[in-house]
Design a binder for this molecule. Structure first.
Ligand SMILES: Cc1cc2nc3c(=O)[nH]c(=O)nc-3n(C[C@H](O)[C@H](O)[C@H](O)COP(=O)(O)OP(=O)(O)OC[C@H]3O[C@@H](n4cnc5c(N)ncnc54)[C@H](O)[C@@H]3O)c2cc1C
Length: 380
């Protein structure tokens, strides 16, 4: 067993760092507070080969590994936390599901996404189906050579401006009746707009009897299991950003503790604060190992459900704790929008809910512990 990165991985990480320092360092604070999508960053990343890292070269990607994509998201976040979202959108999210399961006629959509000119959302959550995602009611009904889709989605990341929505729909009853279709933004009615605590915009998405041709079905009836296997990649991106933003805050607080003096001494001299750093370091390093284990052992780029749940839980918790304690170490400066520490805290808080909340992850881990599933519906 070797815990060191290979020389190729180190080289790749160094090249991403160089790119990030040159292209993304300036304006990192402003970017975090801009509500829209950083399209300029997306185009630069497309040119640099940072979108589609794990997607096959034949499909316009780089043919790399999930571990490469994790290194890229962490490295970008260490320079510009907000820009890490572009790595997420271009590698870990629904784009990955589209690349994995899409047919040849879906590839033109992929090409546009990889160019950094378009972005895709995943619409799973509905007003009455959050953690209980299989309760979704958005319905696809047969209509000639396609389907009519009716329903609504909420809390969808990028929904205010996405070009394409990978929409979970119900073709029939039960979990087996769930699949997914691709719906273009022009066919979606955007309703009420809102913002997460992170500042990210989202809009209600309404499908009012939208006609979806057969070729826009990504996974038909019985596709739910595959969708979730692809979604585990999204969860790894969520975990990696949690960890990276916690680490970003930690580094800011470390530098602050060396500079800032109170009672005639640097903050770093106070044992009460030193122990905070020791605790943060332990949590960040432990979570990092679980993240790398999940990514490095991913079978054909798809991580196992249990490794993913452990990594996401550890990274969500470590990232949030590190950002929270770092803010405390920095006092009112950490709580102000002059640094990105408060931003890191707000983002890390959201990732404890998004993509499978920490409670739902614990349910998944407990199933592994006891070697059986536990129905959450009280019908065990
Ligand atoms: C920043 C952010 C981005 C998001 N992006 C997207 C997106 O792109 N696409 C999309 O479809 N959705 C997205 N979501 C929605 C997200 O998937 C849901 O918020 C999540 O699944 C939880 O659903 P809910 O908010 O309805 O909470 P609920 O399901 O109502 O849960 C409320 C609380 O109860 C807990 N809980 C529920 N069931 C159980 C149980 N069985 N055991 C223990 N605890 C339980 C939950 O963990 C939570 O703490 C996003 C959310 C956030 C915060």
């Amino acid at each position: 067993m070797d815990f060191r990165l290979t020389s190729e991985q180190t080289q790749f990480r160094d090249s991403v760092l160089k790119f990030s320092q040159k292209e993304l360092s300036e304006g990192a604070l402003k970017r975090a507070h801009d509500p829209g999508y950083p399209w300029d960053v997306a185009k630069k990343m497309a040119k640099q080969g940072l979108l589609g890292i794990t997607i096959a070269e034949a499909d316009g990607g780089q043919g790399g590994t999930l571990m490469d994509a994790v290194l890229a998201i962490e490295t970008v976040a260490s320079v510009c936390p907000r820009s890490a979202d572009v790595i997420q959108a271009g590698n870990f999210g629904p784009i990955r599901v589209l690349a994995e399961y899409g047919a040849a006629h879906h590839k033109p959509h992929l090409k546009k996404l990889l160019s950094g000119e378009a972005v895709i959302s995943v619409g799973m959550t509905e007003p009455e189906a959050g953690s209980a995602v299989t309760d979704l009611t958005t319905k696809a009904t047969r209509d000639g050579k396609g389907w009519r889709v009716t329903g609504s989605k909420i809390f969808t990341t990028h929904s205010a401006y996405a070009d394409l929505i990978l929409t979970y729909v119900r073709f029939g009853p039960g979990v087996g009746g769930i699949g997914s279709v691709l719906i273009e933004a022009k066919d979606v009615r955007r309703g009420r707009k809102s913002h997460f605590m992170s500042g990210e915009e989202w809009a209600e998405l309404h499908f009012d009897n939208v006609f979806v041709p057969e070729e826009m079905v990504l996974l038909g009836e019985g596709g739910f299991k595959k969708q979730i296997a692809g979604f585990n990649v999204e969860r790894i991106g969520n975990a990696a950003r949690s960890l990276a933003l916690g680490r970003y805050a930690f580094e800011q607080a470390r530098a602050w503790a060396l500079e800032r003096k109170q009672f005639g001494r640097a903050l770093a001299e106070f044992q009460g604060l030193q122990w905070k750093f020791a605790d943060m370091k332990l949590k960040l390093e432990a979570a990092q190992l679980l993240l790398y284990k999940a990514a490095a052992s991913a079978d054909r780029g798809l991580p196992s459900p249990e490794d993913t749940a452990l990594a996401k839980l550890a990274c969500n918790q470590a990232g949030f704790d590190a950002a929270n304690e770092s803010l405390q170490v920095m006092g009112a400066t950490g709580y102000s929008q002059e640094t990105l520490v408060e931003y890191c805290l707000r983002r890390c808080r959201g990732w404890m809910i998004a993509g499978g909340s920490v409670e739902i992850l614990k349910n998944r881990i407990a199933e592994g512990v006891f070697g059986r599933s536990f129905s959450q519906r009280g019908d065990n």
